[in-house]
Design a protein around this ligand. Structure first.
Ligand code: SF4
Ligand code: SF4
Length: 79
């Protein structure tokens, strides 16, 4: 049996580089980021991320990396 493919999270945060400044959380246009228990941001609602790239662009420490938006096929399922 083959496990179904799951899309990677839209944004990855490098907790070694992140200085927990909160810039990405403050400026995310759709407010989907929040501080995790250690202060490093996490996506509270990954489905609502628009892949705009602003968090990556604004991060002064290159700690946020935005992935590529998954392609949708005709059946509407993200692959
Ligand atoms: S890519 Fe855009 S929408 Fe997604 S978390 Fe970053 S700033 Fe927010
Ligand atoms: S902007 Fe960069 S350094 Fe600041 S909290 Fe976000 S990921 Fe961390």
């Amino acid at each position: 049996m083959v496990a179904p493919k799951t899309a990677p999270p839209p944004v990855a945060f490098n907790d070694k580089w992140c200085k927990k400044c909160g810039i990405c959380i403050r400026f995310c246009p759709v407010r989907v980021l929040e501080a995790g228990p250690s202060g490093v941001p996490r996506l509270a609602r990954p489905d609502e991320c628009t892949y705009c790239g602003l968090c990556e662009h604004l991060c002064p420490d290159y700690a946020a990396v935005v992935g590529r938006r998954p392609k949708k096929r005709g059946d509407g399922v993200e692959r």
